[in-house]
Design a protein around this ligand. Structure first.
Ligand code: DQA
Length: 147
């Protein structure tokens, strides 16, 4: 199995960006933990971070034929991007949406996700565990595990 993990805007600043909300781990720390978890579950994990909406759209298109599923933290584009949502719909790959913070206990403008209606499910509020849980859930989904 090959899984694509996509990080959206400002997530390159993890560790120094609002650590009270997003934690003290860097993106490199999180990517390392995801790759290790992937190895445990016999999945190859490929990561990409971009601050540019079009780069993320291109990356989603490029995952067709390369990866079997996507884990995405679209950052602020979660709340604004019809283009990212359409890209996920277009490639039709099983996708899990993750957020470090619980977007529903924050500002109103974070309560709506354009992506949520086109993903298998969403995990929000567990810090870096959101990513690990998302990766595990996606792999279980792809392997069609019952437990
Ligand atoms: C985020 C939540 C978004 O509202 C915010 O714009 C982010 C990060 C999260 O992981 O909690 O950049 O996606």
């Amino acid at each position: 199995l090959s899984i694509f993990v996509l990080h959206g805007p400002n997530l390159n600043l993890l560790g120094q960006r609002e650590p009270g909300i997003y934690g003290s781990l860097t993106l490199a720390d999180i990517n390392g933990l995801l790759e290790a978890e992937g190895r445990k579950l016999e999945a190859r994990v490929t990561v990409l971070q971009s601050n540019h909406e079009g780069v993320l759209v291109d990356a989603i298109h490029g995952s067709l034929g390369q990866h079997q599923g996507i884990v995405i933290n679209a950052g602020a584009y979660t709340h604004t991007s019809v283009a990212l949502r359409d890209a996920i719909t277009a490639v039709n790959l099983p996708t899990v949406e993750v957020h470090l913070s619980n977007i529903y206990r924050r500002e109103d403008f974070r309560h709506h996700s354009y992506i949520a209606p086109v993903v298998i499910g969403q995990i929000s509020g567990f810090g870096m565990q959101s990513y690990l849980l998302g990766l595990q859930a996606l792999i279980h989904h792809l392997k069609k595990d019952e437990v």
